[in-house]
Write a protein that binds this ligand. Structure first.
Ligand code: CO
Length: 442
């Protein structure tokens, strides 16, 4: 696929992913189409060499894996990539509405993750997420809902009423970030009725809901030379899409290849389905058991395994180069970014950088480096959290983007393809990691 075709695929993936639940479903749909067999955690797994499978947790995290047809009986390894399904947004509270003034109806929301609040102002917004409804036979059932039109907007205050707006002002999320949903024609109860209609049930049947705002602005490729891609949720759906594309296209006879897309990275990963959970470990241990291996074989497999943790990084901002380290700052369309931090909030070290760089060099994919400005704390990601449960050699990488955690982010059109090619080469290779900082790459 060329860059424009990949961007079209990315556009379709992001539009299918207005919430983390939808992102997980979009991943599952693409895995279904590629012939992967869905498994459930609560059922017995029949896993065979040469098979392709996936499993979901909380309907918002997905782990897919392919068992090589010639995984050796005397030892094997996992070749893994990870990304996250969630993005910063606002969650609607259980009692969802705020009355007035002036007969208006607003939503009562709270932040999910660390967003740039101001970017959410003056934009038509949709609502999406999951509702849990009562079924006619007395059970309960989860359903995904998403509005296919704009239903809310968070209005700015006019410049005439806030003359100091240019100097900046503190946003109070309880006051400033309440989305407007009606000028007076909708009354109390309308939001729950709207959600129930989207779910195809009566409002009285809805017992619980996880509903979030999303920006309905479409992905655009822009610039006279078609260099840029702008869209909601590029962090981290650009990486999730690239990793999925590489994963389903690449087989590896000798290894178990794994793609893990976790929910809740934006709120610290500490949930039952996040990168800090047992989800990945549980799946890997079950694969190990199903292949007839014992616990020692599992620990030997981990010692030889490798993880590429994929989460977008910061491209140099043209208006603010002073915020960056002068030498370790990536640019848009400059290739896959290896992220490194002395504190090890990025898991990259010399060995994992070397393995990943060698694979990229072989594949003809350019590699760049990100390190924080030494006076800034920087962000965190999921690689260093995942390895608390599954301790394997890990490199943190990403694609360079601008305006991270804006509700409309900007990245490079060429970079998606670079990550696809890097991960295809990664999934196809079988680095024999010997645990002493050496590996043979073949
Ligand atoms: Co991210």
């Amino acid at each position: 696929m060329n860059d424009i075709e990949l961007s079209q695929g990315l556009c379709e993936f992001i539009e299918a992913s207005p919430s983390m639940f939808h992102a997980a479903r979009a991943l599952a749909g693409r895995l279904d189409a590629a012939g992967f067999v869905p498994l459930r955690e609560g059922e017995r797994w029949g896993i065979e060499r040469g098979g392709s499978y996936y499993v979901m947790r909380n309907a918002s995290s997905v782990i897919a894996f392919r068992v090589g047809s010639r995984v050796p009986a005397d030892g094997y390894r996992f070749q893994m990539a990870a990304a996250h399904t969630d993005s910063p947004t606002y969650k609607v509270k259980h009692h969802p509405e705020l009355d007035g003034p002036g007969g208006t109806l607003r939503l009562d929301v709270e932040p999910y993750g660390g967003m740039l609040d101001a970017t959410w102002l003056d934009r038509p917004l949709g609502i999406a997420g999951r509702v849990v409804v009562r079924t006619p036979d007395g059970g309960i059932e989860s359903r995904l809902v998403a509005s296919d039109r704009d239903v809310a907007l968070i209005p700015n205050v006019a410049i005439h009423q806030r003359r100091n707006a240019k100097e900046g002002f503190a946003i109070n999320r309880q006051v400033d970030m309440c989305p407007l949903i009606s000028a007076g024609e909708l009354g109390r109860g309308s939001f729950d009725a709207m959600v129930a209609e989207l779910a195809g049930v009566d409002a009285s049947s809805v017992l619980g809901k996880d509903i979030y705002l999303f920006n309905r602005t479409r992905l655009r490729v822009w610039g006279w030379a078609n260099e840029f891609v702008s869209a909601p949720k590029l962090d981290d759906l650009q990486c999730a899409f690239a990793a999925l594309t590489a994963f389903v296209q690449t087989s590896n006879d000798a290894c178990v290849t794994v793609l893990a897309c976790f929910d809740n990275e934006e709120v610290g990963s500490g949930t039952k389905q996040g990168a800090l959970s047992t989800f990945l470990r549980d799946v890997l241990m079950r694969i190990n058991g199903a292949l007839g291996f014992d616990e020692e074989a599992y620990l030997r497999a981990l010692a030889g395994s490798f993880m590429v943790s994929c989460d977008n990084g910061h491209a140099i901002h043209p208006n603010h180069p002073e915020l960056y380290d002068a030498e370790n700052c990536p640019r848009i369309n400059g290739g896959v970014v290896v992220k490194e931090m002395a504190s090890q909030k990025y898991a990259t070290d010399a060995f994992t950088r070397a393995v990943f760089t060698a694979i990229c060099e072989e594949a003809g994919v350019p590699v760049q480096t990100f390190a924080n400005h030494s006076d800034s704390l920087g962000g965190s990601t999921l690689g260093n959290l995942s390895i608390e449960r599954v301790s394997v050699s890990t490199v943190d990488v990403g694609l360079a983007q601008l305006a991270m955690h804006s509700c409309y982010e900007t990245a490079g059109v060429r970079d998606t393809g670079y990550l696809v090619r890097a991960l295809q080469a990664f999934y196809a290779c079988d680095p024999q990691i010997d645990g002493t900082g050496s590996a043979s790459l073949k």
